[in-house]
Ligand binder design. Structure first.
Ligand SMILES: Nc1ncnc2c1ncn2[C@@H]1O[C@H](COP(=O)(O)OP(=O)(O)OP(=O)(O)O)[C@@H](O)[C@H]1O
Length: 713
């Protein structure tokens, strides 16, 4: 430690200064003087050799030399300087001086450097009222006397002395730079001084208490202490750089007092235990976004982005991770053709999602909706690890599972999306959707925004309805009245209202409908209307007036056997009547039954009832193919699959032959089989595959990936 200290101290600014000064002294012919100066007494001759800088004397009438520089001359007695009353600058570093009483006779002294001497009496001379810069470093000073008379003192250097406390500086109203490195200070006691730079390196401090009054502090060096806690720094609004190297900061939360200081851009935490924490650097960068230097290394833009993605990923990133995770797990499982598997990209399975902050009542609305429009919608029941509230039933409100079961389901590739909300996990399984699709219904679910982001990545066609409270006070009292939520949960739910509104603002069209939900009854009425528009329900009277369309007037149909493929419209006001005015091209294979107003406006040509009926018939055929009523798209697909399997098999055996030959040529001793993919096994009849268990979830240990996995469909 001692050695290291010396190493660090070996090249200090004072030493550089010494070298320069000695060179200067040589130039002045002082080298010779030094050799002859065995008794250490400063003589007139030596002084005149060290004088420079022409200025005026006290009367202002005579020119005099104002600066004296006499470093490294082994001086002990400098009493001859009593006569040099006009001096502005005095440099006497690297001597053996103990007594500075002659300074009392230099009232105009501005700069004083007596570092590297034998001084133990600090400022034992008359106050020098114009003194601005004083360097007393590398002496033996044990304490600081009252410096009340040194009105102009701006910089004071007391490094490497024997100080154990800081005192006597209370009246130094101009002091901006104070350096007290390598002393024995155990406690900081500094009143409100205008300090901008403070160095307390190499002391014995355990905390930073006592700095709170230094409101102007910009640069703080607390390196080489034993600091574990940074309280005392939290109000230093102008702090831009802090050096905490070689301290005892253990954890990132211990930095909370400095993290967030508005101007702090440079933190040095080298050689603190906190550096060992996983992702330490990225976490600090994340917590303190305007950092430009950390541990003496520039913070790169890449690091800033990575830290953000690691600790607060945007929802898009989270959703992508969630989506990829479930996709990868699904791929490891036998591939199954579901009722909700889209026959083509143009016919995705349709879903209705109600989203909004917790407690906004979306769950209740989903259930009411599915009750009233039971022919079209079924509730998609999510899984959760939270415990049921009173009145909630397993399999009706949620599938309530343990965390281990939930994770098993994840590994079994069962989920389409999952999210952690508070301390609990929520997720929608493919089987939950399938249970509804099997009945020919549209799956209706409720979820938080993160879930919406994830589902947007899926191949389903979803319609998103945002339920948002517009009166925060009312929302808070509603949440309180439910007696289900703790105050932090209420705060969290309320905070997330802004998140939903922000998303809606930033991403126009992200939600298909927005319904205020301050009043549950009114919200349901609006929802009803939205859903009727969505289903293209034509009211009785309307049905009468559109007699030609009466056969469709009950509803245009939503994925049910009776009602062929559903037209999920992008526009609320889109009724069958308006639809009949839109531009449909039944010959278009990518025809989607979702016609927007924009399309309608672009091509106002009318569609005939016959065309519409033909379109419906084709939808019906497609729908029946999905539910397996007639040999349709899928059986063809599987026939094709079987013939493809035959082709693959013959290709495989010829590749096997060729590969074996190659391996033999190269004297490689392993089997060609081991490097070629296996032939997929499958249902010989080529029928739509769906295991009886597939639509029900039965938590069990994850199937070993790819082991005997069939690749079907
Ligand atoms: N699979 C899912 N993905 C994302 N969020 C979900 C999922 N399932 C449920 N959620 C949402 O998680 C939040 C917490 O669910 P919980 O059932 O505890 O809420 P709640 O208190 O009943 O609120 P609400 O009445 O709004 O449903 C709710 O906003 C709920 O909609």
């Amino acid at each position: 430690m001692e050695d290291k200290l010396h190493e660090q101290l070996s090249v200090t600014p004072s030493e550089i200064c010494l070298t320069e000064s000695l060179n200067a002294a040589e130039r002045l012919g002082c080298g010779e003087l030094q050799e002859n100066n065995e008794d250490g007494v400063l003589t007139e001759e030596m002084v005149s050799g060290g004088l420079s800088h022409l200025g005026c004397d006290l009367t202002g009438q005579q020119h005099v030399l104002c600066d004296v520089s006499l470093p490294g001359l082994n001086l002990r007695d400098i009493s001859v300087l009593y006569n040099y009353v006009h001096l502005h600058k005095l440099e006497l570093h690297h001597n053996n001086i103990k007594d500075l009483s002659c300074l009392s006779h230099m009232p105009h002294l501005i700069i004083l450097d007596v570092s590297h001497n034998e001084i133990s009496n600090f400022f034992e001379f008359q106050p020098l009222q114009y003194l601005q810069v004083a360097n007393f470093s590398y002496n033996h000073i044990p304490d600081i006397k009252d410096l009340a008379g040194f009105f102009c003192l701006r910089k004071l250097d007391l490094d490497c002395n024997c100080l154990s406390e800081i005192s006597g500086l209370e009246q130094c109203s101009m002091l901006t730079h104070l350096s007290l490195a390598y002393n024995k200070i155990t406690k900081i006691t500094l009143s409100s001084l205008p300090l901008t730079h403070l160095c307390l390196r190499g002391n014995q401090l355990k905390d930073a208490e006592g700095l709170e009054n230094l409101q102007s502090l910009q640069v703080l060096d607390l390196s080489m202490n034993r600091i574990t806690c940074l309280s005392g720094l939290q109000n230093l609004r102008f702090l831009c750089s802090i050096n905490l190297e070689k301290n005892q900061i253990l954890k990132i939360p211990d930095l909370k007092q400095v993290i967030g200081l508005p101007l702090l851009t440079n933190i040095n935490l080298l050689e603190n235990p906190v550096q060992e924490q996983p992702n330490y650097r990225l976490e600090v960068i994340f917590l303190h976004q305007h950092l430009t230097m950390l541990d003496q290394e520039t913070v790169s833009v890449k690091e800033k982005v990575s830290s953000r993605n690691m600790f607060d990923p945007p929802m898009e990133v989270l959703a992508a991770i969630d989506h990829i995770t479930h996709l990868v797990y699904q791929m490891g499982q036998p591939q199954i053709l579901y009722h909700s598997t889209p026959p083509t990209a143009g016919y995705p399975y349709q879903m209705l999602v109600l989203t909004g902050p917790e407690g906004c009542g979306k769950e209740e609305l989903v259930h009411r909706l599915c009750q009233e429009f039971g022919e079209y919608f079924g509730v998609g029941i999510c899984h959760t690890t939270r415990k049921p509230y009173i009145g909630e039933e397993n399999g009706i409100d949620y599938h309530f599972v343990s965390e281990a079961d939930f994770q098993n389901l994840v590994h079994m590739g069962k989920f389409i999306q999952t999210m952690q909300y508070g301390a609990h996990l929520f997720g929608l399984t493919r089987d939950a959707i399938e249970d509804i699709a099997e009945e020919g219904l549209v799956c209706c679910v409720h979820m938080e925004l993160e879930g919406v982001f994830s589902l947007k990545k899926s191949y389903f066609k979803l319609r998103y309805i945002l339920l948002v409270p517009t009166q925060v006070d009312k929302f808070i009292s509603h949440l309180k009245s439910l007696n289900m939520y703790t105050p932090p949960q209420i705060d969290h739910a309320v905070q997330r209202v802004a998140l939903y509104l922000h998303t809606n603002e930033q991403r126009p069209g992200f939600f298909d409908n927005i319904i205020p939900c301050d009043d549950c009854g009114e919200a349901y009425q609006t929802l009803q209307q939205v859903v009727k528009d969505y289903l293209l329900v034509v009211e009785e009277e309307e049905g009468k007036s559109n007699s030609g369309l009466s056969s469709y007037s009950s509803v245009s149909g939503l994925y049910s056997a009776e009602n062929p493929h559903p037209p999920l419209s992008g526009s609320r006001s889109e009724t069958l009547a308006s639809l009949s005015g839109s531009a449909l091209d039944p010959s278009d294979s990518s025809f989607m039954p979702c016609f927007t107003n924009i399309q309608a406006k672009l091509n106002p040509s009318k569609i005939s009832i016959q065309e519409l009926a033909s379109m419906r018939r084709r939808e019906q055929l497609a729908r029946e193919a999905v539910v397996g009523k007639r040999p349709g798209l899928f059986s063809q697909l599987f026939k094709r699959y079987n013939s493809a399997r035959g082709t693959f098999k013959s290709l495989h055996s010829s590749m096997l032959e060729q590969t074996s030959g190659l391996l033999k040529d190269r004297n490689l001793e392993f089997e060609a089989k081991s490097i070629l993919p296996p032939i997929p096994t499958g249902n010989k009849t080529g029928e739509v595959l769906k295991s009886p268990q597939s639509s029900r979830i039965d938590p069990k240990p994850p199937v070993e990936k790819n082991k005997g996995a069939n690749v079907e469909g």
